[in-house]
Design a protein around this ligand. Structure first.
Ligand code: NAD
Length: 421
């Protein structure tokens, strides 16, 4: 990284370190690396809104577009208090490798606002969402950069984004955003896609290591979109979910939790806290309890050098982006007892079905849910096989294999196209 770069912080450093590890494996010359790693462009905006008490508050927002080599850029929008430009850039870079691994015609992008969305009223959240999109209008578009949900945003926020963009164009442009509600141009199966994809890949990993899912145990960190759908899908396959946590509470019961009633509680109250007085557990300790399947589906850097040696699972399924630090990876490299499904493979279901939503929106021809799910599973299956095969043939970890495929595809296109994108 150049000294003058705006991209700083531990999450960006992590994406950078991962890239250089695979660049070494791929023998990418040093002079070509910045061209592949550094984001193409970034927009930083200040978003003022009227608070309900009459005051004006200003929130910082960002959008990073990593590369334009394979098509428009694509990526989620995160509303969280600690969002900064380095984190957004890292998430955009991971999106690039993820899209390339899945064979999607996109570069990576990501956006975010430094805000706690839970601290805003619905009116304030709508005002902020609309203001952010309005600031982004010159920077995004259905053939330029397509937004989607991420942590702290949902279908409603996507509907406000799409509506604001459309108002300024004087016509409905639903393809500027994916993850919209189905009745405003979204696709069936998008809301569930990431969690379903996580569960599909866990099934494939279980087949590979000879683990019977019926009666297997799972612990899931994060009970939002990704974590809750993964939990419910795993439970429907006979998995006993023994631990769940979110920002507010953690629950653990080795006999198994009632995941449907947990889900109903979160749907009603917005968080796990207050579900029950029984089974409350320490959130950090939950990650190192014995289980067959561990699913971090919340924030970055939760598996680090302190707990990587202690986690006690057979499958580590990374629903979140960047849950495992490079220091933890160095420890996991020497733990062949754990089958890691790396984030850019494990949570790719979201962007894959976002791609389906974009394609359907451009054609105005909509598919039924079984077609969406079949295509999702086929796309994930292909990536899963490619990653496992490359890991075996080159002796790489699953993460390095997945990243190598993504990076190599972007590099190959850049070498053919030239310096512009
Ligand atoms: P969400 O906002 O729906 O849910 C986030 C969950 O994480 C909530 O339950 C929240 O309480 C919990 N959480 C927040 N901070 C936590 C902490 N410190 N410890 C434990 N739990 C915490 O977000 P989401 O869409 O489910 O995204 C979760 C992760 O999955 C993120 O890393 C995101 O980038 C990644 N992801 C999401 C999608 C998608 O389609 N939504 C796709 C790919 C990857």
């Amino acid at each position: 990284m150049q000294a003058s770069s705006v991209y700083t912080g531990p999450v960006f450093e992590m994406a950078s370190r991962q890239f250089h590890t695979v660049a070494d494996h791929l023998d990418i010359p040093v002079h070509e690396r910045a061209r592949i790693l550094m984001p193409k462009r970034v927009l930083a905006v200040s978003c003022p809104i009227h608070r309900d008490d009459g005051s004006v508050a200003v929130y910082q927002g960002y959008r990073v577009q990593h590369h334009l080599t394979l098509g428009p850029t694509k990526g989620g929008t995160r509303f969280a208090p600690n969002v900064d430009v380095g984190e957004v850039a890292a998430l955009a870079i991971w999106m690039s490798w993820k899209c390339a691994l899945a064979g999607l015609p996109y570069g990576g992008a990501k956006g975010g606002i430094a805000v706690d969305p839970r601290a805003l009223s619905k009116r304030e959240l709508e005002a902020l969402s609309r203001r952010y999109m309005q600031e982004m209008i010159p920077f995004v578009g259905p053939h330029t950069d397509v937004m989607a949900p991420d942590m702290g945003t949902n279908e409603q926020v996507m509907a406000w984004f799409m509506d604001t963009y459309s108002m300024y164009q004087g016509k409905t442009v639903s393809e500027v955003v994916t993850g919209k509600p189905v009745d405003t141009g979204g696709t069936v199966g998008r809301r569930e896609a990431t969690g379903r994809g996580v569960a599909y890949l866990i099934r494939r990993a279980a087949d590979t290591i000879g683990l019977n899912l019926d009666g297997a145990t799972a612990i899931v960190q994060g009970f939002g979109n990704v974590g809750s759908v993964a939990t419910l899908t795993l439970a429907a396959s006979g998995v006993r979910v023994i631990g769940v946590s979110d920002h507010s509470a953690a629950y653990y019961d080795p006999k198994g939790l009632d995941v449907r009633s947990l889900d109903a509680h979160v749907a009603k109250t917005g968080a796990l806290a207050g579900y029950s007085k029984e089974g409350l557990f320490d959130a950090a300790e939950l990650l190192v309890q014995k289980c067959d399947i561990l699913v971090p589906a919340a924030v970055e850097r939760v598996i680090d050098e302190h707990n990587a040696g202690k986690i006690d699972c057979r499958i580590l399924a990374e629903g979140a982006n960047g849950p495992t630090t490079p220091e933890a990876d160095d420890i996991l490299r020497n733990r062949p007892d754990i089958f890691v499904i790396p984030d850019i493979l494990c949570n790719a279901g979201g962007v894959i079905v976002s791609y389906f939503e974009w394609v359907q929106g451009l054609q105005q021809l909509f598919w039924d849910e079984s077609e969406v799910n079949d295509r999702l599973n086929r796309t994930l299956e292909k990536s899963f096989q490619e990653v496992v095969r490359l890991s075996k043939t080159r002796g790489l970890t699953h993460r390095d294999a997945a990243l190598s495929i993504g990076v190599e595809r972007v590099l190959s296109a850049k070498r053919k196209r030239g310096l512009f994108p």
